[in-house]
Design a protein around this ligand. Structure first.
Ligand SMILES: *Cc1c(COP(=O)(O)O)cnc(C)c1O
Length: 428
């Protein structure tokens, strides 16, 4: 990647996919394909994923971790993603019948599916049992009752516990997190009760315990502490697998840096050995965001520019909260860059707004872009590969964007852009 010819606001390459590059004029390339051509052929907004990067993140995890890896489908999922999961022989964390269905459509081996959720319906559980899903992680006493009705043979189950800890982005809090809709509470004894109920019942094969301490976590010590807390709680509990959830953070902004997958899994392996948690048990991790976030980016076209002197300058793009609801949901920050001239000085503040009928529909509140940004230009927001497409909607009856996968051999459409007919397909 050429990173010459720019001053203090260098192109934040660490936010772009591995396959990103740039031509001599400063235009963004993905595996050598120009974003102008991609936008012309596919229209905008467009989700572009570096397929090679998704695979290499899985390979990085497999190579450096002694346990098992389950991809958390909710971060980004479609048939092509399921095919990669199957191809890379990764397990899959599914949280609904729909995610199981897509996984099976993409060829994921049902025995590699882990089924999560705090309110799995009887229909969903029946589907999971019929499809021979490998593991159902039980989340409530009501669910135990439901499963007892379905189990005709010892059913492989796990128990989700809430160890009373939750990691936030930069700190680790040990109080207050007993207030959770997920799992069985450890403090009040529910977790131990659930574990003994399931281990005693002939209908179940209780093979796993699961905990997930949060998402977008930068501090590896949080994961170390999670392992230590679980090792104390599970002393004497016999299970095959201890599932530690996902949660590794990624950098969204130019000044952020996140640990690599390799660093993350090595800390977990090391903590597992030292604490004894992995003695006679397999550790399982469930990364979502850290696999796909940086592999994906969104291309938008600028439609209007409004300068309100002394207040704010707006540029509006052709998508918004319907393809990336994270800024609205969590106040999440992103970078926005002029995709055809990455080397031009990005020194002028604009709010990049979406096209929806909400004042809060903002993609990037304070973006720095070239001062002469103009209508028709391409804007790229990097690091939109996780929890963007998967949370997309048809708000304002906007059709969902297409998704393309790019690698050295070119690009392929993996989810076509929705059409107007799609918008009335279910209407009767
Ligand atoms: C969301 C979730 C994950 C994935 O989290 P990331 O932060 O995307 O890595 C893993 N396991 C469970 C149970 C989850 O709910």
């Amino acid at each position: 990647m050429d990173s010459s010819s720019h001053g203090p606001r260098a192109v934040p390459w660490h936010l772009f996919p591995d396959g990103a590059g740039v031509d001599s004029r400063g235009e963004l390339l993905i595996h050598g394909l120009s974003v102008t051509e991609l936008a012309q052929e596919m229209a905008t907004p467009l989700f572009v994923y570096d397929e090679q990067q998704i695979r290499s993140r899985f390979q990085e995890a497999k190579k450096n971790f002694s346990g098992k890896i389950a991809y958390a489908a909710k971060a980004f999922f479609c048939k092509a993603m399921a095919e990669i999961v199957a191809d890379e022989e990764i397990h899959l964390d599914a949280a609904s019948m729909g995610e199981i269905y897509v996984a099976l459509s993409g060829g994921v081996d049902p025995s590699k599916i882990v089924f999560h959720g705090n309110n799995k319906s009887l229909t969903e559980l029946r589907f999971a049992v019929e499809q021979k899903v490998g593991l159902i992680v039980v989340d409530s006493f009501d669910e135990i009752e439901r499963l007892e009705k379905l189990a005709t043979f010892p059913l492989r189950v796990g128990v989700r516990i809430t160890p009373g800890i939750e990691a936030h982005t930069h700190e680790f809090i040990r109080t207050g997190q007993d207030d959770s809709k997920f799992g069985f509470n450890v403090q009040n004894g529910d977790a131990a009760t659930a574990i003994s109920m399931l281990s005693r019942s002939p209908k179940f094969d209780m093979i796993a315990v699961h905990a997930h301490i949060g998402s977008q976590i930068f501090s590896l010590s949080s994961f170390r502490q999670e392992v230590e807390v679980l090792s104390t709680f599970l002393a004497g509990v016999e299970v095959e697998d201890v599932i530690l959830g996902g949660g590794l953070g990624v950098a969204y902004l130019r000044d952020e840096r996140a640990p690599s997958i390799k660093e993350w899994v090595q800390v977990i392996d090391d903590a597992g050995r030292r604490s004894g948690l992995s003695k006679g048990r397999s550790l399982v991790i469930e990364p979502g965001r850290s696999i796909v976030a940086t592999a994906g980016l969104t291309l938008y076209e600028v439609g209007t520019i409004k300068r309100i002197p002394g207040v704010r300058d707006y540029i509006s793009v052709d998508g918004g909260m319907s393809d990336n609801p994270r800024p609205v949901l969590y106040g999440s920050g992103y970078e926005a860059l002029a995709a055809k001239r990455l080397f031009d000085s990005h020194d002028t503040r604009f709010s990049v707004a979406g096209k929806h009928c909400e004042s809060g529909d903002v993609v990037v509140r304070d973006a720095k872009l070239p001062s002469d940004i103009s209508v028709g230009e391409l804007i790229v927001t990097p690091v939109t590969g996780a929890y963007g497409f998967s949370m997309s909607s048809n708000y304002n009856k906007v059709t969902r964007p297409a998704v393309i996968f790019v690698d050295q051999s070119g690009y392929r459409v993996v989810v076509r852009r929705e059409t107007l007919e799609d918008l009335v397909r279910n209407d009767i």
